[in-house]
Design a binder for this molecule. Sequence first.
Ligand SMILES: N[C@@H](CCC(=O)N[C@@H](CS)C(=O)NCC(=O)O)C(=O)O
Length: 228
Amino acid sequence: MSIVLYDLAGADPDLRFSPYCWRTRFALAHKGLPVETVPWRFTDGALIAFSGQGKVPVLRDEETVVSDSWAIAGYLEDQVPTPTLFGGATGRAHALFVNAWADAALVGGIARFIVRDLLDVIDPKDRDYFRTSREARFGRSLEAVQDGREDRLAAFRELLQPVRLVLRRQQWLGGAAPSYADHIVAGTLMWPRCASRFVLLEDNDPVAQWQERMLDLYGGIGRAARRA
Ligand SMILES: N[C@@H](CCC(=O)N[C@@H](CS)C(=O)NCC(=O)O)C(=O)O
């Protein structure tokens, strides 16, 4: 395989902070697959027009193009079955639930803490698009969305209670070894880690301790990632 990944970058091309691209980065590392990443900005639609849609991650494997992090994980699993991302069809179905939960609850939850910070790290050419599109989505200014975040931390941490309960019983969301479920949640948490200085988790939180273990996996790609 010869894999190229279009990956969201900030003004600093080495700042990579997309929660979805990080899921793919962890999955590729889990499979031991080398990847060449191409920095992509929100207003670089033409760069990924070949994929027939406008979001990253986009993976190109010679003639094959796959977009959407969940579809990419499935493609990688089908092409390179071991080491497995899902542990079989039932594990794949359970990982789909984790993916849906992360998209529906976790991404939206985190956005309310960092969406204004994102404006400071994205490429200047993206700023107007980002502010306009996100303010239309939230129905208020980015500043208003992020305002009072310290007061909302306890409720956010409560949202992670299901993850905490699992990690009390096993080392990884995948059980005895990390799986794509770990990549989904850890990839999502790379977003605030890389794009913002706001700290969401307490050090003694089992989720934070698991995140530390995730950062060290695969040669420490998570820990080595550029931060704002
Ligand atoms: N369901 C997609 C979501 C991908 C997505 O939303 N990517 C963001 C970057 S984090 C994007 O490309 N946004 C483009 C835009 O907002 O215009 C996946 O899992 O890959």
